[in-house]
Write a protein that binds this ligand. Structure first.
Ligand SMILES: [Zn+2]
Ligand SMILES: [Zn+2]
Ligand SMILES: [Zn+2]
Ligand SMILES: [Zn+2]
Length: 342
């Protein structure tokens, strides 16, 4: 059957080399019928009971359904039966090769397939899978949105740590700078006081030198003699003080900074933290409604029950006599053989 229904021509008219647009399709004859052939088909004794379909109905069918063949490829006869053993449709001629296959489903006698248990189960099965898909999708979408939030919060945490480190470093920097300032000010003041003291001494010494010049120019011998005694005492005192100052007060004061933190050892090798991925098993699984089964049974097909299995003897085993009276408690088999439990 072709898929382009709209342009389909009447099969009977085509045989007579006449082109007539088809109105209906008879699945039993697998023939398209124009309006006049349709009437004839409805009246003829052989086809009176055939149920036909309008071309507009056919258009709605999925392609895989319209592609289903209703005629046997080998014998070119309509399919009449469904073989339960081979699970294929067969024609009357094929049927001769399937005599031992069990009870055939007679395709022409199928009725109420739309409302059959199998159809109900099939629809329930589709609904089940849809519901499960919806839950699975919801689960993945919720994981996606959680991941997005977690990504944001990880980035936020890194930012916070960075900010904390920055603030802590700012604090440490301020403490050490304050300390540097205080120490500098304290020692600068000491040195400045010493400079002031020495400058005072320098001025006094200049005055003494001036006085000596003036005495030499203008004083009498007695005045000069007595002045020398007085100046000598002053100089002795000044000199002794300067010796002490030179010994104790001229120490070189150096200010330097020894870092306790270094980029290479403490910060370069450290990382902000590690990334962890945790995978938990989902607490959802495929849920099947009661009575809906993944394996669907076709109408008229009978699953093999234990009575339908015929046994053939292939081997016999005799247990060695040294084992005495043994009885078999159980056995299991795989492709390599059978293991008996004695
Ligand atoms: Zn026709
Ligand atoms: Zn027909
Ligand atoms: Zn056949
Ligand atoms: Zn068969």
């Amino acid at each position: 059957m072709a898929s382009a229904y709209q342009e389909q021509c009447c099969s009977i008219c085509t045989l007579q080399h006449i082109t007539n647009k088809a109105d209906e399709w008879c699945p039993e004859c697998d023939e398209y019928l124009c309006s006049s052939c349709k009437t004839h088909h409805k009246l003829a004794k052989s086809s009176r009971k055939h149920k036909t379909f309008e071309m507009s109905d056919l258009k709605e069918l999925p392609t895989f359904v319209s592609a289903i063949k209703l005629e046997c490829d080998t014998h070119h006869e309509n399919y009449e039966y469904f073989c339960p053993k081979h699970e294929i449709p067969i024609c009357v001629i094929c049927a001769k090769e399937h005599t031992s296959c069990g009870t055939f489903t007679i395709l022409r006698k199928l009725e109420d397939t739309k409302t059959s248990t199998t159809m109900i189960k099939l629809e329930q099965n589709v609904k089940d899978i849809q519901q499960n898909l919806e839950i699975f999708l919801q689960n993945r979408r919720s994981n996606l949105s959680n991941l997005k939030g977690q990504h944001e919060s990880c980035r936020q945490k890194v930012k916070e740590i960075r900010l904390e480190i920055n603030q802590h470093l700012d604090k440490l920097e301020k403490i050490v700078n304050d300390e540097i300032d205080t120490t500098y000010t304290k020692h600068k003041l000491q040195v400045e006081q010493r400079v002031d003291d020495l400058s005072g001494r320098e001025t006094r010494m200049n005055t003494i030198q001036n006085n000596i010049e003036k005495i030499k120019d203008h004083a009498s011998e007695i005045q000069i003699f007595l002045s020398i005694q007085s100046i000598q005492n002053n100089l002795k005192e000044e000199e002794s003080q300067l010796v002490t100052i030179g010994k104790e007060k001229l120490r070189e004061i150096e200010l330097s900074f020894l870092p306790a933190l270094s980029c290479t050892s403490d910060i370069k090798q450290a990382s902000f933290g590690e990334i962890k991925i945790n995978t938990k098993p989902a607490d959802i699984s495929f849920v099947r409604q009661d009575g809906s089964e993944a394996q669907l049974v076709m109408p008229g097909i009978h699953t093999k029950d234990i009575d339908g299995i015929s046994l053939t003897k292939k081997n016999s085993i005799t247990f060695p006599t040294y084992m005495g009276n043994t009885s078999i408690e159980g056995c299991c088999s795989n492709d390599d053989g059978i293991i008996f439990q004695l």
